[in-house]
Design a protein around this ligand. Structure first.
Ligand SMILES: O=P(O)(O)OC[C@H]1O[C@H](O[C@H]2O[C@H](CO)[C@@H](O)[C@H](O)[C@H]2O)[C@H](O)[C@@H](O)[C@@H]1O
Length: 247
């Protein structure tokens, strides 16, 4: 992999940070992933030093992120931007739970019972079918979610990610979440940075590229991001370096 390292980070920029695979290593299951104390400290320091211009932009649900962050409160976009808490603490919800959600869950129930390696994550507005514990079922899981989204005929789309296929309302993504933040204080007027690792981060990279910001892909795989960092450790180190400006 050819690595185009990003320029040195500046605390005058706006920081949009993906979570799984970017700030924390991928774990076997969604629940097993852990935001450790040193990451909490890094985010808190960056948040203070940048005047609050830090948001987590994640596929996880807001409530899930909140539980993992404990007392640390900052802007959060969850479920790929479908729900967003802004810097003033206001909550923006961009879609209702899909009417077809119950039917999709029912349709998946036999496969989930048959294959314990499949895991269904109901995030409220989206349904994610994880196959990390059953990688041989990748094609089946992806195909099933595409079929169920199409059959619902209700403005749903499938977002693929690391060993996951997710049915979600279409039209909102991490790119729209970033552009909403950038219209608001304290993000407005700052150069945007987005760091991510997964397919669902490509919308965010594209938006940041459009604004001449800094898009950084963590790890391998094709991407429209302009820069690369090899892994979670390097991503955290790059952010920590921004804080050297202020110490
Ligand atoms: O946008 P992110 O913050 O990166 O969240 C993306 C998805 O992360 C979680 O799933 C992924 O991480 C799990 C734990 O490491 C892993 O087991 C799974 O295979 C990955 O797909 C989360 O469960 C999803 O809801 C997020 O969309």
């Amino acid at each position: 992999m050819r690595i185009h390292l990003p320029p040195a980070a500046s605390i005058s920029w706006s920081y949009f940070l993906d979570v799984d695979g970017t700030l924390i290593d991928i774990a076997d299951t969604p629940d097993a992933a852990c935001i450790d104390a040193s990451l909490l400290d890094l985010i808190a320091r960056l948040y203070r030093a940048s005047g609050g211009a830090v948001a987590l932009v994640s596929g996880r649900a807001l409530s899930d992120l909140e539980n993992r962050l404990g007392a640390l409160r900052l802007p959060l976009a969850g479920q790929h931007g479908l729900e967003r808490r802004d810097a003033a603490g206001r909550l923006w919800i961009h879609a209702a739970p899909p009417a077809a959600k119950h039917a999709i869950k029912q349709a998946l129930a036999p496969a989930l019972a048959r294959h314990p390696g499949l895991l269904l994550e109901d995030k409220g507005l989206t349904l994610a079918l994880h196959y990390r514990q059953a990688p041989h079922l990748a094609a089946y899981a992806r195909r099933s979610m595409v079929r169920l989204a199409n059959d619902a005929n209700a403005g749903l789309e499938v977002q693929f990610g690391k060993r996951v296929a997710e049915v979600k309302p279409s039209g909102i993504d991490k790119g729209t979440a970033i552009s909403e933040y950038l219209a608001e204080s304290p993000f407005r007027g700052r150069r945007p940075v987005f760091i991510g690792d997964d397919l669902n981060d490509e919308h965010g990279f594209a938006e940041v590229n459009r604004l001449d910001g800094i898009s950084i892909k963590v790890g391998h795989g094709s991407s429209c991001a302009r820069y690369r960092l090899p892994d979670v450790t390097a991503a955290r180190q790059w952010l920590d370096n921004a804080l050297q400006e202020v110490t």
